[in-house]
Write a protein that binds this ligand. Sequence first.
Ligand SMILES: [Zn+2]
Length: 97
Amino acid sequence: MRLPRPGDGRSLGGPDRPGRKTEARIRSELVPPLPKKKYPRARQHQRRSHIFVTMPHLVACPQCHSPRLPHRACPVCGTYRGRTVFRVEEERHRPTS
Ligand SMILES: [Zn+2]
């Protein structure tokens, strides 16, 4: 931003005087902040090229050999590091038919 200089006539009581409604100030009250230019489709896709869903890393349970998340108790047999940490309720999620 340019600083007002002595002898600059517009700096004294210029357009940025508080209370004065300039065209830019009226527009900023009516229109929200918007991007200046349209993003090209290629640029938009380039930005979104890193946005994707990845498969969770699964390991085989040493007890029942079913796939489970690492560092989590097995949801199938309820064991963690060889110990039973919770009892698995059988036929809990059976669909009602
Ligand atoms: Zn298991």
